[in-house]
Design a protein around this ligand. Structure first.
Ligand SMILES: [Fe+2]
Ligand SMILES: [Fe+2]
Length: 676
């Protein structure tokens, strides 16, 4: 595969469309028109007009006092007498006699709004257009991850429209108080699928659209806004859709309190007694309506969640559980053809799942993503260090540029294999984004060392793929680097893992690989701490058996001695994809030099492990390992400071910086220098 073809293939791995300014504007125009039609639908139907002596075909809701004066300023002489004796809501089916006070008020209201005025329609359309444009721009620019996908923006606009249409039906065909509208359903669903950062903007848009249905009542707008924001605040982890109902129940109480406060602000009285006596029918109680609005929002959100999940192309939990099956043909192939890559994937899955769970992300998704992210390596496993097992290295016969292309191809081939098996796009994204747009530094520096006869640039040695766009894919990218680098730590102690994790995370940040993931600084701190804890658990020390202490010094803390010299995963970080292992002709690189500013630090070839024949271990009786701390455990004192002459397996890379150091062989500063 030539270079140009490979670049084109890598650039086109992502199939999801992103929202542009043009498509966002079109969306806002279309849905603003829909919302205007929804808002004024009864005015387009002449038969819906209320007439004397005939049952009202639809419920008529008069504006509140303030707006009644403002909107009907030409009919003030009616308002002065009507506002004290006529209710604001005339339910469907109500009959009016000609000449009564309420009839006059109703006729004044109908005369003010029928026939529908184009200027009023235009004003509403302009307002909705501004709301739509702001919402689209916010999702496109301020909120990262899924919110930028076109289909997700369509989904949010559709939820808003469904809420508006459902609310209009309630308002027209029932006499229920307007507090009952399930407005909080919109921010609940948007937050559930697209993240919390979107919540306030969506709650604001939903409150505007809903209040437009009730004559832009300011009090109701504030109630809708407070309820919507509150519902999101209490929305818990999103592992089950029932959290939507719990959040809705909590929002119900906020709706009651909001109604109480707004009633006090606008009326100066709670009217609880009137509410209980005059509206004996509980259907007309504003307090009960507020209570049911939250509960109804939660139930409606749970009802619509599967549909919205399909709209935003989110893989279902059941499908993920299916993909977890280790008998899946792709996993079987990976396990058989590239067993070390499979073990790397499984270790990543454990690290990533715990870290994602800690920040409330989709832990099951990232576990499955870890399983499949390197499935492309099963086609040509021998090009990757972890599968060479000390045998022949095909990169010895290739130029650095050809080697880089061979490594790049595992991303393309893996993505194609997953698409052939109709794996969900959420899982495929892990395959084409786990290396981001990183530089394959080992081969770039090898090319420089060979003289760069073809005048190649860093661009020729960089992945032309896509950076992660979700929290889960961002975490997997970091874990991919960490899992590999952790294998090179001489003394697996917490301080060493902390230093390693922090530097890899920082290097990814400095390279901009996590820019689109919506991971916050707090998320990264939690993820980093969690990964360190998991690594400590994975590499925990054990007490040596007596036969081990008497032999060649093999201990639980020893560097792994099997296989090739320790060169690890990594493409951006590491060397799992460099395919350099197994050949003593190539320099061994400090893995962390590829994570940050990335200058590889050639070191001395790994000394051969001591392989003197060890005495036959005494097998009988097998000593029980001592799990409780012993007074003097035979574990050497942990080395907390970097050794003056670091070996290739000691973490001694330069502090990562945003500017990549391209000078090969530049000595690395000590980690301590970074602290100040
Ligand atoms: Fe990879
Ligand atoms: Fe990997």
């Amino acid at each position: 595969m030539d270079d140009r073809t490979l670049r084109i293939l890598m650039r086109n791995l992502r199939t999801r469309a992103y929202t542009s300014v043009f498509s966002g504007t079109v969306l806002a125009l279309v849905f603003a028109a829909l919302w205007v039609c929804t808002q004024s639908v009864e005015l387009w139907v002449p038969s819906s007009e209320v007439k004397d002596g005939v049952e009202a075909p639809v419920t008529v809701r008069l504006p509140g006092n303030y707006f009644r004066i403002t909107m009907l300023r030409n009919e003030v002489h009616y308002l002065a007498t009507a506002s004290s004796t006529c209710p604001n809501v005339f339910p469907r089916g109500t009959k009016f006699s000609a000449g009564t006070e309420c009839s006059k008020v109703l006729h004044a209201f109908e005369a003010a709004r029928r026939p529908i005025r184009p200027t009023r329609l235009l004003g509403s359309f302009a307002l909705f257009l501004v709301v739509g444009l702001l919402l689209s721009a916010y999702m496109r620019r301020a909120v990262m991850g899924r919110a930028r996908w076109f289909r997700c923006q369509v989904a949010v606009f559709v939820i808003l429209t469904v809420m508006a249409m459902g609310s209009k039906v309630i308002l027209l065909f029932t006499g229920l108080p307007a507090q009952i509208l399930p407005v909080a359903m919109v921010p609940l669903l948007a937050t559930y699928f697209l993240g919390r950062r979107l919540s306030f903007c969506v709650a604001f848009a939903a409150a505007i659209v809903a209040s437009s249905l009730v004559n832009f009542d300011v009090g109701l707008f504030l109630i809708y806004l407070m309820t919507g924001v509150a519902s999101v605040v209490v929305l818990g982890s999103r592992r089950r859709t029932r959290v939507l109902v719990k959040a809705g129940a909590m929002a119900a109480w906020v709706a009651v309190v909001s109604t109480l406060v707004i009633t006090l602000v606008f009326s100066g009285t709670l009217d609880i007694y009137d509410d209980m006596t005059e509206h004996v029918d509980p259907r007309y109680s504003i307090w009960l309506a507020a209570l049911f609005s939250g509960i109804g929002s939660g139930l409606a959100a749970m009802l619509f969640a599967p549909i919205i999940g399909l709209m935003v192309d989110e893989v279902s939990r059941g499908r993920l559980l299916d993909l977890q099956d280790l008998d899946h043909p792709l996993l079987t192939r990976l396990r058989e053809n590239a067993p070390s890559t499979w073990e790397h994937s499984r270790a990543m899955a454990n690290l990533a799942e715990a870290a994602t769970h800690a920040i409330g992300g989709n832990a099951l998704l990232i576990r499955v993503g870890a399983y499949y992210h390197d499935v492309g390596k099963s086609l040509r496993p021998e090009y990757f260090i972890e599968n060479q097992g000390g045998g022949e290295n095909p990169h010895d016969k290739l130029s650095p540029h050809d080697s880089a292309r061979a490594i790049f191809q595992h991303v393309v081939e893996g993505t194609n294999m997953l698409r052939d098996e109709v794996v969900p796009e959420d899982v495929i994204e892990f395959a084409y984004s786990h290396h981001g747009t990183g530089l394959l530094e080992f081969f770039w520096h090898k090319n420089l060392a060979d003289g760069n006869s073809q005048n190649l640039t860093e661009d020729d040695f960089s992945y032309h793929g896509h950076r992660p766009t979700t929290r889960e894919t961002g975490i997997l990218m970091v874990v991919d680097a960490i899992e590999a680098a952790a294998r090179t730590v001489d003394h697996p102690e917490k301080s060493a893992f902390e230093s390693l994790v922090q530097r890899i995370v920082f290097s990814k940040l400095a390279q901009g690989q996590l820019d689109e993931t919506s991971l916050t600084v707090a998320d990264l701190r939690i993820v980093s701490n969690n990964i360190v804890d998991t690594l400590v658990g994975m590499y925990h020390a054990r007490i040596k058996y007596p036969w081990q202490t008497e032999s060649t010094g093999l201990t639980a803390n020893s560097t792994p001695q099997e296989g090739s010299p320790v060169v690890v995963d990594g493409v951006d970080t590491g060397m799992q994809d460099t395919g350099t292992g197994g050949s003593s002709q190539h320099p061994v690189i400090d893995p962390l030099s590829q994570t940050g500013n990335g200058t590889p630090v050639p070191t001395e070839p790994t000394p051969e492990p001591v392989r003197e024949p060890s005495p036959e271990p005494v097998r009988e009786p097998t000593p029980e390992p001592v799990r409780e701390p012993t007074p003097e455990p035979p574990i050497p004192e942990p080395v907390r400071e970097p050794s003056p002459e670091p070996s290739q397996t000691t973490f001694t890379g330069p502090a990562p910086t945003a500017q990549r150091n391209t000078e090969p062989g530049v000595p690395s500063p000590k980690p301590d220098e970074k602290k100040n």
